[in-house]
Design a protein around this ligand. Structure first.
Ligand SMILES: Nc1ncnc2c1ncn2[C@@H]1O[C@H](COP(=O)(O)OP(=O)(O)OP(=O)(O)O)[C@@H](O)[C@H]1O
Ligand SMILES: [Mg+2]
Length: 418
């Protein structure tokens, strides 16, 4: 790609605007398509940072690996840790150098296959193939993640890498995952990167690749507990008794849904502590004019994360979903609720991603009540009690999944009493 690059962003079949990227300065710019502005549609598509103005807007201050110089709501469409590993491996197999790929060029690989509803034009054509075998894919992913072996020694074919590349690079997060669509009648699985019709159920599958025990089974148990507590989550299931498959909230009713993570929405880097607090997340939600029931829901999720020791509760693990018809934002269903550490290892100090009352450890009931007070949460003590009592579900549900006793005991011992 040329040094100064430009690509278009589309939503719902309309060109919203163009993003530019200056390779030397590592700065980006955004300009709305004047015809789009004139329609008056989707006024709150990008509620912050990208102003609704016909002028070209230049962005600085978003350098670094999270936003890579782009406006955060655009950077949200880039792959994260796992997607980048696969992307790198695939490019290496194709003899291209990852270091030279600019964020905009990477977005052309995302093209129409990204999480959410934003599409990038021009999009790189990547050939598609037919059916999917989750077990075969898991084996390839295991090899890809094996950092000790070189690409050539791994002996992976271009086609198997391509498969993972297509299905696994656009979703964010660090854990291995793929996007798959399952035909509602025939059960046939196909790559879920481009398919979004109503004939299919669209899943994000978190693959179980670890030795020791399936972390995805633990995630499934957490999902069952969260659901019993009224934490809103997409229907999820285990595949082959070990992979965690969750229906995608960005693919519903045969349509792509526009979503942004709290990090992409606000421009707060989820890897940095300075903005990573529940107070900020609540403020953001209030500022976005979310209905109060969503604020109550957020409170429940916070309590859940603290009680169940989900310390990886960073700003990319909360998302908002856009209602295009009403031009409104709502809280997206919860995801990535799990015990995020390896239960077979010992950790000395566990500090959570998001602070409460300035604390990342030893959070007490009064810290949660302060937030409840600030954001007028009804009956916070009752919410806390209900979540606490749900810790009793962990052992029986885990036993049912044949999770090793050592793992159950370790995780159970980490629950916060409050
Ligand atoms: N049900 C879902 N529907 C749509 N998008 C989802 C869903 N679940 C997760 N995602 C998206 O995929 C991303 C990765 O998912 P998730 O957070 O579960 O993975 P992870 O690899 O465990 O993340 P982390 O790096 O936080 O450990 C999320 O940030 C979110 O954008
Ligand atoms: Mg996550």
């Amino acid at each position: 790609m040329a040094k100064n690059q430009i690509i278009s962003v589309h939503f719902n079949g309309v060109e919203i605007g163009k993003i530019g990227y200056d390779e030397d300065q590592k700065k980006s710019s955004f300009q709305y398509n004047p015809d789009f502005l004139e329609t008056g549609l989707y006024k709150r598509l990008f509620p912050y940072i990208i102003r609704r103005s016909p002028n070209t807007q230049v962005y600085s201050g978003f350098e670094g690996e999270t936003f890579r110089g782009l406006p955060p709501m655009i950077a949200d469409s880039l792959p994260d840790y796992f997607g980048n590993i696969v992307f790198k491996e695939w490019l290496e197999a194709m003899q291209k150098d990852f270091v030279n790929i600019s964020p905009l060029e990477q977005l052309t690989y995302v093209g129409k296959r990204g999480i959410g509803a934003l599409e990038f034009v021009p999009a790189k054509e990547i050939i598609s193939n037919n059916t999917i075998d989750v077990e075969e894919i898991t084996e390839v992913v295991k090899k890809v993640l094996d950092v000790k072996t070189s690409v050539s020694e791994k002996g992976l074919s271009d086609i198997s890498l391509l498969n993972i590349f297509k299905m696994g690079t656009s979703a964010g997060g660090a854990r291995p995952k793929i996007l798959v669509s399952e035909h509602k009648e025939t059960g046939l699985l196909k790559a879920g990167d481009l398919e979004y019709s109503e004939d299919y159920n669209h899943y994000l599958i978190k693959l179980s690749v670890d030795e020791g025990y399936s972390k995805e089974k633990v995630e499934f148990v957490y999902y069952q507990i969260a659901q019993s507590l009224g934490v809103e989550m997409m229907p999820s299931k285990l595949i082959d008794d070990k992979h965690f498959a969750t229906l995608r909230f960005d693919r519903q009713n045969g349509e792509k849904q526009h979503i942004l993570t709290a990090s992409g929405m606000s421009g707060w880097d989820f890897k940095k502590p300075e903005h990573s607090s529940y107070e900020n997340l609540f403020k953001l939600a209030v500022d976005l004019r979310l209905p109060h029931k969503d604020i109550e829901q957020l409170f429940k999720r916070m309590v859940f994360n603290i009680v169940f020791c989900n310390i990886d509760d960073h700003l990319k693990n909360f998302s908002f979903i856009y209602n295009a018809e009403k031009d409104r934002w709502n809280l997206a269903p919860a995801y990535d609720l799990t015990y995020p550490l390896d239960a077979l290892k010992n950790y000395t100090r566990m500090s959570r991603a998001m602070s409460v009352s300035g604390k990342r450890t030893d959070i007490k009931r009064e810290d949660l009540l302060k937030i409840a007070d600030l954001f007028t949460i009804k009956n916070p003590n009752a919410v806390i009690e209900t979540v606490l009592s749900a810790t009793e579900l962990f052992k029986p549900l885990s036993d049912k999944q044949n999770i090793p006793t050592k793992v159950i005991e370790k995780i159970g011992s980490e629950f916060t009493k409050l």
